[in-house]
Unconditional design. Structure first.
Length: 301
């Protein structure tokens, strides 16, 4: 098995066609086809369905491991360089939007000051979209909403945040200074879909009071929920980091509700490079220095 064969297979997946993969690898299409054919012969399986152009079940497995191998090869060079010179390289970091909104500018400033030769590429996405990227090796690590249960993921809690109700100024719930469970049940709300950890935690808390929420809209994205509330579409239940700012709404605490936990997710099977470890260290320091200054944010014990 040759690394060029694995690179060819991954390139076809990433770029969609054999010709596009050849262009990305600065070679000709026949070389890409030959590499993949030799890999298929060695494994005695078909990796790409030539009719549909999609991966076979075996192809999905090989690509997943090939990405890990690519990441490890990149980490070897970064680690060796870090032993003899300044830490450098590119780190791909996933960030949920609510946390990224306040964390990313401070983190980038910190990295620019402490490790000027390190470049951070930020992927802004929801937790449900970031976890597969961590598993596949497409990001080095990701700041995500917990809990997460995946055999290939290691989680390190970073901070906790209280849930808040945000209500437009003309909404009936804006008349309250303290929200009780029965108040939430009285009006349709802007919510995450069921299956999103924040929504599930909220439902579990309310189930203890035999209360079920009614959704005016369900959106898998905290920033969009916040935007809808700010535009006056309705009241929303959000984690504290999504309810910051000077939007035209009233922020009302939800006492007694379970806090959302935000953590750092990495791939259990792929050790972090020296460059990625430097970014993780800067990430934790930045959260420690600035996180508790955010209203409703508490550092993880």
């Amino acid at each position: 098995m040759d690394i060029r064969q694995l690179n060819a297979l991954v390139a076809v997946v990433d770029h969609g066609t054999f010709s596009a993969a050849a262009s990305a690898l600065h070679t000709v299409q026949s070389n890409v086809s030959t590499h993949i054919l030799r890999l298929e012969r060695e494994l005695n399986v078909s990796l790409i369905d030539r009719t549909s152009g999609t991966l076979t079940e075996e192809g999905v497995l090989v690509v997943e491991r090939a990405r890990r191998i690519q990441t490890e090869l990149e980490a070897i060079a970064l680690d060796v360089t870090a032993l003899h010179s300044e830490v450098s390289g590119v780190v791909k970091l996933g960030l949920i939007g609510t946390t990224g909104r306040w964390l990313s500018p401070k983190l980038l400033d910190s990295i620019n000051e402490s490790h000027p030769k390190v470049t951070i590429q930020i992927v802004d996405a929801t937790t449900s979209n970031l976890i597969p990227l961590v598993v596949q090796g497409n990001v080095d690590g990701a700041v995500v909403n917990l809990p997460i249960s995946h055999p290939d993921i290691v989680i390190e809690p970073l901070f906790e945040e209280e849930p808040m109700l945000v209500a437009p100024e003309n909404h009936p719930l804006a008349n309250f200074d303290k929200i009780l469970p029965e108040h939430l049940a009285a009006y349709p709300l802007l919510l995450n879909p069921k299956g999103v950890p924040f929504r599930d935690s909220l439902d579990q808390d309310l189930a203890k009071e035999n209360i079920t929420l009614t959704a005016k809209a369900e959106v898998d994205g905290m920033r969009l929920l916040a935007s809808l509330a700010a535009d006056g579409f309705g009241a929303a239940v959000l984690p504290a980091t999504a309810a910051q700012g000077s939007e035209k709404w009233k922020r009302i605490p939800l006492p007694g509700f379970t806090r959302r936990v935000v953590g750092f997710a990495i791939n259990r099977r792929v050790p972090l490079s020296a460059t990625a470890r430097a970014v993780r260290h800067a990430l934790k320091e930045t959260i420690g220095d600035h996180g508790s200054r955010q209203d409703g944010i508490f550092m993880a014990g």
